[in-house]
Design a protein around this ligand. Structure first.
Ligand SMILES: Nc1ncnc2c1ncn2[C@@H]1O[C@H](COP(=O)(O)OP(=O)(O)OP(=O)(O)O)[C@@H](O)[C@H]1O
Length: 257
């Protein structure tokens, strides 16, 4: 069953110059899928995440996420929807610097007013899963980038969201930490059935997914499914990116898997 349905979505930014950021885009994300979205700079990836999360509304077309059309929600309903149904992972981690790892992870549950004992149990379970049990009392400045991103992933998962949205989650990590984070995301997706939609420029990151959707100029371009080994999938992603064209800088950071 699809958990995300995008149907003929158009997003036009009005301004001095009108810009069509998404152009009749349609696709679905199956429950439990790990999907990468790739496309040249400016192709509409962030716009798409903003529409899925209800931060912004489409100009036309329909979006359903876990049975809800986020664009029909009032601001307070939309905030609650995001808090309960979605988990977010960002390139720059977005941790609160004043809080410890433990406090950052537990934040989404605090906002829901969950009893302390239950919050603590949930936090410990997810922290253990992400290898954070020994650094719970440290602050973001005292841990590595990989540990920061693992804390952010724990925070994104602790309230058991229907869908996790990740925007360049490995963009600020070295290759070792990136691999660790991607392995964890893939394991959690496989074992917990958590649906993940990840925007990335990095073909290595995309090669951890079940499917890669390519968009160009806001429109659907193509998609490929992982079939065999990750290395051959990686090669097929590279081939598609070279067909897709776009900014050469997008591929400048490619490291062989
Ligand atoms: N608030 C806005 N107002 C006007 N134009 C916008 C706005 N947000 C994005 N755009 C334009 O819409 C297009 C798509 O932007 P978007 O950020 O979705 O692309 P992207 O694929 O995420 O790019 P990148 O990979 O560089 O992050 C770009 O041309 C951008 O300049």
């Amino acid at each position: 069953m699809p958990i995300v349905q995008i149907e003929e979505v158009i997003k036009i930014y009005e301004g001095k110059v009108t810009h069509r950021a998404l152009d009749r885009l349609s696709f679905e994300v199956e429950d439990g899928e790990f999907l990468a979205v790739m496309g040249p700079s400016g192709s509409g990836k962030t716009t798409l995440l903003n529409l899925i999360s209800g931060i912004d509304r489409p100009t036309s077309g329909h979006i359903r996420v876990a049975g809800t059309d986020p664009s029909t929600l009032k601001p307070d309903e939309a905030a609650r929807f995001r808090r309960q149904e979605l988990g977010f992972i960002f390139q720059d981690f977005n941790l609160l610097r004043m809080l410890t790892v433990e406090e950052n992870i537990v934040l989404p549950l605090t906002l829901e007013g969950m009893p302390i004992k239950e919050m603590d149990a949930r936090m410990r379970a997810v922290a253990k899963r992400l290898g954070l049990a020994d650094i719970l009392h440290k602050r973001p400045d005292e841990i590595s980038g990989g540990q920061e991103q693992r804390t952010a992933i724990a925070r994104a998962l602790v309230h058991r969201p229907s869908l996790v949205l990740a925007d360049e989650p490995t963009g600020n990590l070295d290759s070792h930490a990136a691999r660790e984070v991607l392995d964890l995301m893939a394991t959690i997706n496989r074992e917990n059935g958590t649906t993940v939609v990840m925007v990335t420029h990095d073909p290595i990151a995309a090669s951890y997914c079940d499917r890669v959707l390519f968009i160009k100029d806001g429109a659907y371009y193509n998609e490929i499914h992982r079939d065999d080994r990750r290395r051959t999938f990686f090669q097929r992603i590279l081939n598609m990116l070279s067909l897709l064209g776009g900014n050469v800088d997008d591929l400048s950071s490619v490291r062989l898997p």
